[in-house]
Design a protein. Structure first.
Length: 125
């Protein structure tokens, strides 16, 4: 019997770690899941930083958008928590949650269509 040392092809499940559309979709989904499992947003931001700068230009806009969504969301959430003392923080925290969901859904829709984020540096939508 002869043995051939052919390398095994990569599994299709390994693609979500590589830079590209599948990876950015996983990051957006991790952000959405973070409302139930908080740590998943941290996994998403790590994946975004790991794969930033290693992909096509239109996907890079999504990585920038995802990274800014995380950090701006943290900033807005901290401001909201401070303002809970005067009562308005509870409403602002709800607005922050909606803002994060909308940005993640917009990102998912655009990456599904193969389109870049038009203004990835935006603080809004």
């Amino acid at each position: 019997m002869t043995e051939t040392n052919q390398p095994t092809p990569p599994r299709k499940t390994d693609r979500w770690l590589e830079p590209g559309p599948t990876n950015i979709q996983v990051i957006y989904i991790l952000y959405l899941v973070s409302f139930v499992i908080g740590i998943s947003a941290l996994v998403g931001i790590v994946l975004a930083y790991m794969n930033r700068g290693k992909s096509e230009a239109w996907i890079e806009t999504h990585y920038t958008w995802a990274i800014r969504t995380f950090w701006i969301g943290i900033l807005y959430a901290l401001i909201s928590m401070v303002l809970m003392v005067v009562g308005i923080g509870f409403l602002l925290l709800l607005a922050v949650a909606v803002w994060i969901v909308v940005r993640a859904v917009v990102g998912l829709q655009l990456v599904g269509r193969g389109e870049p984020i038009k203004n990835p540096q935006s603080w809004m939508l």
